[in-house]
Design a protein around this ligand. Structure first.
Ligand code: SF4
Length: 189
């Protein structure tokens, strides 16, 4: 692997990152974590893919939104949102519709999705991104069948799929329950 030429999601994800919040599924049972901090530059000093991509930059400008580092959405199916350029190859490739364009369900800045609830009713069609500020979100991470199709088709290699990362999800879940008050967890706004 020529790691010096492509800067995908970190091979050792989520080492060095911390859970910064969740995206909850409105089924009341499932959720996936967001990991941060995000990055605007890769470890070799080059701009992170979403910060270098002309489509993405133009879309932020058109909205009047400032582009900020976002981090990684998901743990077993992890999408580096600072590398995601809203191509949609993953969305098209996934046989079980793990991903949705989050903005097609809730059109809010990506930095504000932390601790929000999504029903999974957004689009899972490649060309239906709201615009290039949209991100592929693994809202149905729990449905992944580990086929790796999304990993191999992602142009900036923004996705890492690793079933064994369940341990990090569970550890983060334990930490969150403690933070939220033990027996009486509550959701944040
Ligand atoms: S590994 Fe396969 S099933 Fe899992 S999210 Fe990627 S494309 Fe979907």
């Amino acid at each position: 692997m020529r790691g010096e030429c492509i800067m995908p999601i970190a091979e050792n994800f989520p080492e060095g990152l911390k859970p910064i919040g969740k995206i909850m599924h409105s089924d009341g049972e499932h959720y996936h974590f967001l990991w941060g901090p995000g990055k605007s530059t890769n470890s070799n000093g080059s701009a992170a893919e979403a910060f270098a991509n002309e489509n993405v930059k133009a879309a932020y400008k058109a909205r009047g939104e400032t582009q900020v580092p976002l981090g990684v959405s998901g743990t077993m199916v992890a999408v580096d949102w600072d590398s995601c350029v809203a191509d949609g190859a993953c969305i098209e490739a996934c046989p079980v519709q793990v991903f949705q364009w989050y903005r097609t369900e809730k059109d809010i800045p990506a930095k504000d999705v932390v601790d929000k609830k999504f029903a999974g009713t957004g689009s899972s069609v490649k060309e239906e991104r709201k615009d290039y500020t949209d991100k592929a979100d693994p809202i149905r991470e729990h449905d992944c069948i580990w086929c790796m199709a999304c990993v191999s088709v992602c142009p900036p290699q923004a996705i890492k799929v690793d079933q064994s990362n369940l341990q990090y999800h569970e550890k983060a879940a334990g930490t969150y329950i403690k933070l939220e008050g033990g027996e009486n967890p509550h959701a944040h706004d």
